[in-house]
Design a protein around this ligand. Sequence first.
Ligand SMILES: [Zn+2]
Length: 417
Amino acid sequence: MFLDLLDAGHEKYSLIKLEREDVESFVRTSSCPTCNSARSPQKIATIGGSSWQTGLEVSECVDCKVLFYRNPPSESRILDYYSNHWNSTRGEIGDVSTLGLSVNRKIADLLSQLGLTGKNQTILDVGCGYGGMMAGLSSVGYKQVYGLEQSGHRRLVATDRFPNRIFKGGYQDCRPNIHFDVIYSNHVLEHIHRPFEAFRWMVEHVREDGIIIIVVPNNAWEPVVDQLMFVPHLHSFGKSSIARMADSLGYQTMFWHGSPKPHEICAVCFKTGHLDINELTARNFAEDKKEDTNSFCNENSRFYNFFYPDKQLDDGGHRLINWPTNSHRVKSLVQSEASFIDLDPKYKTLIRALLWRRRLGLKYKIFLRGERVINRTLATHNREVPDYNYLICSTTTGESNDLRLGIRDDFAPVFIK
Ligand SMILES: [Zn+2]
């Protein structure tokens, strides 16, 4: 099921093929995986071959605005991916003491700004990876730091650094016999099948007066194609997604604005009365749940802006959208200017060259640059080129929520990192 097909750009990508039979076997969720709302979500797009009866449905919760797959790959398949495949192609990791130095003080800084400086607090990292943030906490004196990790090769490294402090597996497997003062999770919830259940587990394992810190990518800043098609990120959160999830289990949320990564959501969740809101507001925290907006992503319209930059599609029409061969190029495509002048014969020559480049496996930079130009040109001019990667983006009824993405009839292309 996992095929290494691409090695474009400076990161190694592989491609997951979701076959028609796979997608047909996926089970639809009956409630929102983040806030547990039972209200019907709004369908945003369907990923799959153009003739499939069933595709992978990208939906948005009408209550908490999280974007998620209505019929995701099964939990066992996701767990198997993170346990055995994820990142395993990145090779040996040298000296662990240097890992993650740039960001591993983040949680320590956050605790300091919360005034939680007692060094004997018990702290749990849910999805601790190589133990980088645990190391950041240790380096400023926190003594009782624990982690749990699903990925086998990451857990080995973390256990080396923190013997007897790393629990094996995901939260479902973990039954610690203490209640923690602080439980945090950094860029993990978007990979978990049901964030609501993970958060409930945290609530069960944190002290009554403890705090839960949730850090996730902010969907206002994620490239649209990643949100739609990067399946291992099962969810794409806004601030209200996290706040509503916490609220449904009796927790209040404040957002920290002191992260070294300004485009992520850093939510601090606690039982009302356990932190002084006024004091935190005077520092770097805010209760405001208003979503971020920016030039290319603006709440719901972010999808339509991307797919229909100029105008609505005609009824029954379809538009070809380029399928750039890695996410970096998707990002630059989304974030750069969309307009382009007439398709010129010279592009046809370049396309032929690019196709030969692909057949021969060449990776010259000049070709990569040319490919970006071609991608944009094809997208703008609704052109089809045989053998060239592209997405079919069609509406069958003219309804904007009946968007279908796929490559020909063969398979749905989805990137994994
Ligand atoms: Zn929801």
